[in-house]
Design a protein around this ligand. Structure first.
Ligand code: ATP
Ligand code: MG
Length: 568
């Protein structure tokens, strides 16, 4: 299932540092040789390609070492979460080729977490703070100066128990009180300065309804959820490295006498040039109508990439290629494009498509004749066989393949010059017709019958080949050309600019009158083709029988298309 990239471009690393860590634990017999991971998305948006990196790792480690990987929805914040997101996340993980062993929700543990909080209050390790979020933030201190203790820090256990239970009973307003861990306001790790455990939220939750008026925060929910489930390796991105001591602190207070404990290991987040990699920003693009939805083919979402024509293999290969490190960086979008191009080149049927059509009349070709030329579907895979391509007197070619006055090294159509029509004949251009605005309306040619493609005696050579479709057989389609969503490579470099200002205004170009050879007539959504000399395209799900729509997945390699077009 894995088609690896070129060795030069992607040296398969021996073992990544996480695999080494896991192997070491196995060697030392930790957790009785059990390996368990989890993928823990918050259902507050659709998955993006950054999540695919975490998914490949979480599921990959479990598979490699005979363990299990569970899907856990980290649904502790009902304000932003939605069932729509839960469903899409499941679909996308499956589409990427992975299947979880169990499906869990952090909300499954709300009772246990609440009990644990009560236990910590009883042990004098947690207290209710009546201050506002702003006051608490002001007392945090800085990494080099201590914080200030809350005036409510030394409440009695009884008072804390009473207040916390009344918070849950709904007696207090949102924002009026929080439950905090009583740790150390002078700790050099800011996360130890009495972190928040619970806040009041009077929101209905997608699974627990109105049962709860208090909801746990990430740091109090995540590690404990790992522990309840039996996770051995809790893999997450680097920004959580500074949370790890707190993760361990709560686990120490929770865990029993046995030797089991989950370990958090961090790896670098995926960032890609010209892409937005944050659910919050993606939501803004969707809500404000900058894109057509979460699955707009310009989006970095898994569903957007799927609609655009990316395959699960190409995404997995890309992730495999970039690897896992301890340093944040940014990956060139060209590498992602390369991974899909490599795969589609091997599997896509070739078709002729004319994006900007203009009529070409072969004046010396008999009226009404049709030749059906057998042509390879994919020269990279001859076993697929051939297709029949019609050749007639009246054709469409691309406006960009004609110049009335062309430089000497232009090897396409121009009066007096010769060019090969792909898999058919060499034609000699004799002139063109124009409308009153000077626009070319028709090109005239004569064909050279003895130059039919595949004839052994064809000595006549030309430097350029262009494609065409027959006007009486072709299909008309809409084609959507996509360009980068952002106009800057690394949005993180431009801290002062709103990312909306960095959107590429030309990220979508719609062509309404594209002419394609008839073989695509019965194509189904997501079917993919190489439009020869142009790029890889797939059928958009918006298509109907009478209105085919294609998305450009990726263009052909520039160097390659330049070569075919006869440019230097
Ligand atoms: P975002 O900032 O886009 O909302 P998130 O980190 O809040 O992402 P979660 O749903 O909390 O998204 O993430 C689920 C898992 O995916 C986490 O383990 C997280 O570390 C990982 N993840 C999220 N974004 C990336 C990324 N760009 N690269 C690698 N892993 C990621
Ligand atoms: Mg998050």
């Amino acid at each position: 299932m894995n088609e690896k990239m070129n060795p030069e471009e992607c040296e398969k690393k021996s073992l990544n540092f996480i695999e080494q860590f896991v192997q070491n634990d196995l060697k030392e017999g930790k957790n009785n040789g059990r390996i368990q991971t989890r993928f823990p998305p918050e259902p507050n948006g659709y998955l993006h390609i950054g999540h695919a990196k975490a998914i490949c790792l979480d599921f990959g480690i479990a598979k490699t070492y005979g363990g299990q990987c569970n899907l856990r929805f980290d649904d502790t914040n009902p304000v932003k979460e939605d069932v729509e997101y839960v469903d899409s996340i499941k679909e996308d993980i499956n589409w990427l080729g992975f299947q979880w062993n169990h499906l869990y929700y952090a909300s499954d543990y709300f009772d246990k977490l609440y009990e644990f909080a009560i236990d910590l209050i009883k042990r004098g390790l947690a207290y209710v703070d009546d201050q506002s979020a702003e006051e608490i933030a002001q007392q945090k201190g800085t990494p080099t100066t201590s914080g200030t203790e809350s005036p409510f820090r030394n409440r009695s256990v009884e008072e804390n128990l009473d207040l916390f239970q009344r918070m849950q009973a709904g007696e207090f307003e949102e924002g009026s009180r929080v439950l905090r861990a009583k740790i150390d306001m002078a700790n050099s790790n800011m996360h130890f300065r009495d972190p928040l455990m619970y806040r009041i939220l009077k929101m209905s939750h997608h699974r627990t309804g109105n049962k709860w008026n208090v909801y746990p925060l990430y740091d109090f929910a995540h590690g404990q959820s790992d522990y309840f489930e039996g996770v051995t390796h809790s893999l997450c991105t680097l920004e959580f490295e500074v949370h790890r001591p707190l993760y361990d602190y709560f686990i120490d207070l929770l865990k029993g006498e046995d030797n089991y404990r989950p370990r958090q290991i961090e790896f670098n987040r995926l960032n890609i040039t010209y892409m937005v990699m944050s659910k919050r920003k993606m939501l803004q693009l969707v809500k404000q109508g900058y894109v057509a939805g979460w699955d707009d083919p310009r989006m970095p979402t898994i569903c957007g990439l799927r609609r655009r024509g990316y395959t699960p293999e190409s995404i997995r290969n890309f992730i495999d290629c970039i690897g896992y490190t301890k340093f944040d960086g940014i990956i060139d979008i060209g590498l992602l494009e390369h991974s899909i191009r490599e795969q589609l080149n091997k599997i896509d049927p070739r078709v002729s498509a004319v994006l900007k059509p203009v009529r070409l009349i072969v004046d010396n070709y008999p009226d009404g004749d049709v030749e059906w030329n057998e042509t390879e579907i994919n020269p990279e895979d001859k076993s697929i066989g051939t297709r029949s391509v019609p050749f007639t007197k009246e054709l469409f070619v691309d406006k960009d393949d004609f110049m009335e006055e062309a430089p000497a090294d232009y090897y396409r159509l121009s009066p007096g010059r010769e060019v090969r029509l792909k898999n058919a004949y060499i034609v000699r251009c004799t002139g063109c017709e124009k409308d009153t605005d000077g626009q070319i309306t028709c090109i005239h040619c004569d064909y050279l019958p003895e130059t039919k493609f595949g004839q052994t005696n064809a000595k006549h050579k030309v430097k350029g080949t262009i494609n065409y479709v027959s006007t009486s057989h072709c299909v008309t389609a809409e084609v959507r050309l996509y360009d980068r969503l952002l106009s800057v490579a690394n949005a993180a470099d431009e801290k002062d600019r709103d990312f909306i200002d960095m959107l590429n205004p030309n990220s979508l170009t719609v062509l309404k009158d594209v002419k394609i050879e008839p073989i695509v007539q019965d194509a189904k959504p997501l079917d993919s083709f190489q439009f020869m000399r142009v790029g890889y395209f797939n059928v958009d799900p918006d298509s109907t029988k009478d209105h085919l729509i294609f998305n450009r997945t990726v263009s052909l390699k520039d160097a390659f298309s330049n070569k075919l077009q006869g440019k230097k």
